[in-house]
Design a protein around this ligand. Structure first.
Ligand SMILES: [Zn+2]
Length: 426
């Protein structure tokens, strides 16, 4: 599901290693045998050839389609902003909200209506991308009812928490005027931390059931790695992602006291113990290397730059379209659709930067994982399993611009280099 407006809640999911393993479930770990001298490049090629041409075409099409859908997402955002501003929907819902006396509560009602109407306007795109397309590529296990009810939970969270949060932001804006974007950025960062703290405890359980890891053997292996790296043992969970899809996934979520490592049942059911170890060592890497806190700092910086841009562009545009839009100033809620569009346009342009920030942490976690699990073949075969969902072998520039995780090819190659250099240590 996609929290379209509470994009910051997404952060809790950013550090996840996800993928789909539907088509390679049965072949478990493929140990590539070495000839006389182990050659990492040759071994990598051997791994890549375990995919059929058809599997490769499918995953390329799915992933490359995503680039275009992100662009469409932005264009649709532009149209929505037009509908609200130029066709007067924003003014109309403000008039409805004004039937209430208290001005801050007016803003809250405006926001609920704004989120609701824009959700409805985007819905055809949402259903195509989130439901039909996923089914077309065989990536979803959900029937329409299940998918829709998750959408409704997401929408309800946005309508309630999103509206309260933004209404609070407008209350602050009404006090500080010109410096609003500095205060706004600060409050957004605070809200992001708050979302990260509550997410594993209150948000994630709305979608999946989380419980302590059941399989004792796997549990001991993971906990042993956790202990060796100073990760508290009671922070490892499993959850039932198979109700949504066949994707293998594990993640680190939370903040401070709620930080935890979770792995899903697909990973447990579809992978060998070497593969599970390799993935979990990667996740422990995120935990041990404090990636959540590092990400928070990077994203906070991006938010400040983004808000400075919004401030600049907003003032220019409301002067330019003074007659048409009649937005009184930054504290006039009628201008909110413009802020949303400018902010999402900024993050669209900044997405290669964002991808590189995330991917550099993923590379670190990969290295940590290889050193900790010492399962290069387990890691390589999981990287192959993620290929139905992520293009396995992109061009160099393509990987830099579009990939928020290293590609399968890069991961397999790095694992094989590691293997080549540690062959004599067994
Ligand atoms: Zn990761």
């Amino acid at each position: 599901m996609k929290y379209r407006y509470l994009l910051l809640i997404l952060l809790s999911g950013l550090l996840s290693l996800t993928g789909n393993a539907k088509q390679t479930v049965t072949d478990s770990t493929v140990i590539i045998t070495q000839s006389e001298v182990f050659d990492a490049t040759v071994a990598t090629e051997q791994y890549l050839q375990t995919l059929t041409e058809e599997q490769k075409e499918n995953s390329d099409a799915y992933f490359e389609g995503g680039y275009w859908l992100d662009l469409w997402d932005l264009l649709i955002g532009f149209v929505i902003a037009l509908v609200f501003l130029s066709f007067g929907l924003s003014r109309l819902i403000k008039n409805i909200a004004e039937k209430i006396r208290n001005v801050h509560f007016q803003n809250f009602i405006y926001l609920v209506l704004y989120f609701l109407f824009s959700y409805i306007l985007v819905f055809p795109f949402t259903i195509f991308r989130g439901f039909f397309r996923e089914h077309n590529y065989g990536l979803s296990n959900m029937d329409f009812g299940g998918w829709f009810s998750e959408e409704m939970i997401g929408l309800a969270l946005t309508l309630f928490f999103g509206s309260i949060f933004i209404a609070f932001l407008y209350w602050v804006i009404s006090k500080v005027k010109q410096t609003w974007w500095i205060w706004g950025s600060t409050i957004m960062v605070v809200f992001m931390v708050f979302s990260m703290i509550i997410s594993p405890v209150f948000i994630s359980p709305l979608f999946n059931e989380y419980k302590p890891l059941e399989d004792q053997k796997i549990k001991e292996e993971i906990l042993s790695m956790a202990r060796a790296n100073g990760v508290p043992a009671d922070n490892v969970y499993q959850f039932d992602a198979s109700k949504q899809s066949n994707r293998i996934s594990a993640n680190v979520s939370g903040f401070g006291g709620t930080t935890r490592v979770s792995l899903n049942d697909n990973l447990l059911n579809q992978c060998s113990s070497a593969e599970i170890k390799a993935v979990m060592a990667h996740e422990l890497g995120h935990y041990v290397l404090n990636h959540i806190y590092e990400m928070l700092i990077y994203i906070a910086i991006l938010i400040f730059i983004g808000m400075a841009f919004v401030n600049w562009a907003f003032n220019k545009l409301i002067t330019r379209f003074k007659k048409k839009w009649a937005i009184a100033g930054i504290s006039d809620i009628v201008g909110f659709p413009l802020i949303v569009f400018l902010f999402s346009a900024f993050f669209f342009i900044a997405s290669p930067v964002m991808n590189n920030i995330i991917r550099s942490n993923e590379v670190e976690a990969d290295i940590f994982g290889l050193n900790t699990a010492r399962e290069p073949d387990g890691f390589a075969s999981v990287a192959m399993k993620l290929s139905t969902y992520r293009k396995i072998s992109p061009g160099k520039l393509e990987e830099i611009v579009f990939f928020d995780h290293p590609s399968g090819k890069t991961r397999v190659y790095n694992a094989m280099i590691w293997k080549a250099e540690h062959l004599d240590e067994e």
